[in-house]
Design a protein around this ligand. Sequence first.
Ligand SMILES: [Zn+2]
Length: 66
Amino acid sequence: MVLCPECDTDLDVQEDEVDEGEVISCPECGTDFEVITTSPLELKAVEAGYEEEEALEEESEDGDYS
Ligand SMILES: [Zn+2]
């Protein structure tokens, strides 16, 4: 059993079912992890910053208007 390093959710990944370099996603927090080694299974969070960037402008209320 492999737990998500971010949120401790069971990622339901078997060591013998993944290959080095494979990327798996946590269904709970959505973080992507790359398989660094398979024995023991070691994961590394994939750098985000592409595609998932949400615009912060939609709710940029200053609060100074009445
Ligand atoms: Zn997670």
